[in-house]
Design a protein around this ligand. Sequence first.
Ligand code: PLP
Length: 469
Amino acid sequence: MTSRKAPGPRRAPGQSESETNAGPLRREWTKRLGADARARVEKDAACFLHQSVSSPCLSAIAKAQGIWIEDMDGRRYMDFHGNSVHHIGYGHPRLKQAIARQMDELPFAPRRFTCDAAIALAEKLGAITPGALNKVLFTTGGSDAVETALKIARVATGRFKTLSFWDAFHGAGFGASSVGGEQLFRLGPIGPLLAGAEHVPPFDAYRNPFGIEHSRDTPREGEVGDMVASLIRFTLEKEGDVAAFIAEPNRAVPYIPPPGFWKKVRAACNDAGALLIFDEIPTGLGKTGKMFACDHDAVVPDILVLGKALGGGILPIAATICRPELDVCGDFALGHYTHEKNPVTCRAALTTIEIIEEEGLVENAALTGAWALERMGGMMDRHQAIGDVRGRGFLLGIDLVKDRASKEPARELAEEVLYRCLDNGLSFKISMGSVLTLTPALVTTRDEMEQALGIIDAAIAAATRAGRR
Ligand SMILES: Cc1ncc(COP(=O)(O)O)c(C=O)c1O
């Protein structure tokens, strides 16, 4: 007899892109907080709405400088997470000066008025993005920029359906949650979400749902990519009226697309009359060792979405950038967002891009990231618990498994490694329950990278010696 899962009113969502605050090891670790941090964490839990990847918080922060953060107890951590906002390092002096000067000159632009900083940023984004993407709209957060892209796709195509990847994250708004594929944002009473939001499996070769056995020794990511690209073409054809396919060109978990994958998807979208939207909110502005992750494949989307690091790790700003033919919403309101042409956030973004260009940060991410990936390969040779290492530039992942044959995620081991690393001055996040996900600032040097990987190496050795799986 087969057993059935009992239907229940509430089911806990599965693990997704960020580790939740419910882990048993997390409770143990927070018991060791000093008095100052503990007092803040308790106050925070009392006054903030609880959600599974933020409050109750891990600790309380007092300083953020360069690649470092410091908690209220004076413990310092290299921040290899930073929500991917800290490309230029926290508190870059040139950015702080530019923001201060802009606040003196013009602190705000109310709706109906434009300003120099907003125009200069729009022109700069048009110049650095690929192809003819040059019509821009600014929002305060990435989720809103995704909503804007979806609205443009609807108006431009006269269609409302979307296609996107399971497990993807595109933001917390209803539109963004609908095209997202994480249970954390979809399961249970928050729905119903937008109608017509269809999904396909991602191009994750290591744990693909097609039964294709991929590993470092027998790489078969090309086959997985072909399978997913065919599925996308098939679904677009069968649906027949999809407005847009939206995806991160390089999944932030990280999963790296196999060569040629995006060219096939681009062709499938063209044939089906669907737009291609690239969400480069975490990957844009150099994270993957090119200015945009889609530059690796030389595929130009119809709409590109940026956010996170655009505000230099100080201010919130995001952008939707599309080709001029998609300027089709003149009679409607896409945003009219309160801070749509805020001169201070625009100045911050413009200065951040200048710093990235002038300090050679994209090149550093490419070179130091390639070196790190090789070093991680060496760690995999020594640790059976590492099932896979993957990455591009400064988007790197170490996938921990209970055993290499089953690839079963080693969730407890990943948690223990994280807390051992925190004890030794390194912070990062865990994705999908078992992937140590490293997204360091683009200013991180080879020595700092070496130091961080050394901390992880030692933590994996100690945790596996202690019998954690
Ligand atoms: C791929 C992706 N899209 C959208 C978002 C949403 O951005 P925001 O948190 O600024 O709304 C994020 C944030 O983590 C992201 O990683």
